[in-house]
Design a protein around this ligand. Sequence first.
Ligand code: LHQ
Length: 259
Amino acid sequence: MKYEQILHAIQGGVATITLNRPEKLNSFTARMAEETLHALAAAKEAPAVRAIVLTGAGRAFCAGQDLAEATAPNVRIEHLVEKQYNAIIRAIRTMPKPVLVAVNGIAAGAGANIAYACDLAFAAESAVFVQSFIHIGLIPDSGGTYTLPRLVGMQRAFGQMILADKLPAKRAEELGLIWKAVPDGNLASEVAATAEKLASMPTLGIALTKQALERSQGATLEQQLQVERELQAIAGASKDSKEGVAAFLEKRKPVFTGQ
Ligand code: LHQ
């Protein structure tokens, strides 16, 4: 697929997907959503890619749905939600590789909730998050009603969704919505360094950790203990686990291949 509204680069073991409609604050058209899904699927399939970074071009990360396109007469909102946002959130949450996000500027509506769905969210200190859906009479989508109450509890989820004030990156970090707010000038380099680090780690172990956390969301302790037993058997049989143990015993640095 020829990309027109995203940029896609692979360096080392890291694939970087950049939303690229800066003049419209990287708001999602059907085309941009399709390209993003295509790039995520390609990153999933490529064995050499062991970490993914999502970011935006220009002064915004993403202003959510392109509202001009969403109001076209033939658009059915539930189809749009399913085809674009449900698909993107599923792609991120089921990705067997870590997905990092570098929130370089405002993240509004679906843009905020896509960022919160990533495995490690970094944001520039000047960036803000806003659950802008209610300003146009909508409910939060892109997994927001699942993710936010789990991350911050009902009060703070509801307050963000209904008062819909701009939440500064530092406050998002304090609330546990994102991993880290970093000075604007350090964002790209800090995310790149973290992504490179993750890309040299036991990729299967990371994928299984992610899967275990995901499955914990609706599980009892007893169910989750069974999940850990099941997934630890897979992790323990991996090449990287054997390499990690051997390197420890031989007092050398491990070399992980991701398998
Ligand atoms: C935009 C957008 C945008 C088009 C900025 N669309 N052009 C799911 C299902 C179906 C339908 C609806 O949505 C969803 C999921 C959702 O994501 S709902 C939430 C949709 N997003 C919003 O409601 C946010 C709308 N944008 C804003 O409130 C502001 O633009 C923010 C607060 C993000 C930034 O404000 P400013 O920094 O003042 O920038 P600006 O408003 O001047 O925007 C710059 C340009 O980008 C401008 O275009 P123009 O041609 O006039 O320069 C905006 O029209 C355009 N733009 N967001 N979502």
